[in-house]
Design a binder for this molecule. Structure first.
Ligand code: CUA
Length: 261
């Protein structure tokens, strides 16, 4: 009896192996002899091999966004006011979020899926791009921003990724604040967010949880960046993360904050 069962099992195993072999053989035949492309990842195919901004008409743009641990490509867009932008969003690795503040663009960036949204940027100013889907240890630093300006022409519009954006900018400090994710919790315009606003920060008198006072200068900002939880600012939760920032980057950031009066 048990002999018979094992015989049938053997036949099933042989058939399963044979079917798999025929299946793989047919794929190889299609790919090699017939030249049919075997499907790959969307990020291996243009335009998703890298992020890009393409002009498709006057004040009309297409932006292909590549989300990856832990940045967006492109991470900084400059657009003339009144631009209408089609966003096509995908991910190179895990699921990310893609939210542009002050707009209704709110997508998930999912590997091998292309998300679509359109936005019109009528108001000048800075719009933060935020990853709102937890994606690992660098999640809170995964941001970008869009600068919308009145005096920008279509030819001057561009979309850059983080290192080239900081280099090309006349304000490296501002780009760093976006690239390091600071703008997810700190505003430029006085709005109270998770952390204190950068507006008017230099020279401001801050009160600590223990009642002591401190006037904000360059040394204070350096300390808050390098050792964020040494002192605890009154009215805010001590959630500032420690981020790797060089001395040069700190002075770029301070230079930019000085301009936010
Ligand atoms: Cu990407 Cu969170």
């Amino acid at each position: 009896m048990s002999d018979k069962v094992s015989k049938i099992e053997k036949q099933v195993i042989v058939m399963a192996l044979l079917t798999s072999a025929i299946h793989l053989g047919l794929i190889a035949f299609a790919a090699i002899r017939l030249g049919i492309g075997v499907p790959g990842c969307v990020t291996n195919v243009r335009p998703f091999t890298s992020g890009s901004l393409t002009k498709i008409g006057p004040k009309r743009y297409e932006v292909h966004v590549l989300a990856k641990m832990w940045s967006f490509e492109p991470s900084r867009l400059r657009l003339p006011a009144g631009s209408v932008v089609d966003f096509f969003v995908t991910s190179k690795d895990v699921t990310h979020g893609f939210h542009i503040e002050k707009t209704n663009v709110n997508l998930n960036a999912i590997p091998n899926v292309v998300g679509y949204a359109q936005a019109r940027f009528n108001n000048t100013g800075s719009y933060s791009i935020i990853c709102h889907e937890y994606c690992g240890s660098g999640h809170q630093a995964m941001t970008g921003f869009i600068d919308v300006k009145d005096d920008l022409t279509d030819a001057e519009a561009d979309g850059l990724s983080t290192p080239e954006a900081a280099e090309a900018s006349n304000s490296p400090g501002k780009n760093l604040l976006a690239a390091k994710g600071c703008i997810a919790c700190h505003s430029f315009d006085g709005t109270k967010m998770i952390g204190p606003t950068f507006k008017g920060l230099l020279g401001r008198e801050e009160e600590m949880e223990d009642g002591s006072k401190a006037t904000v200068d360059e040394a204070y900002i350096r300390e808050m960046i390098l050792e964020p939880n040494k002192r605890h600012l009154k009215g805010f939760n001590p959630v500032m993360p420690k981020l790797p920032v060089s001395e040069q980057e700190i002075s770029d950031i301070v230079d930019f904050i000085k301009t936010l009066r």
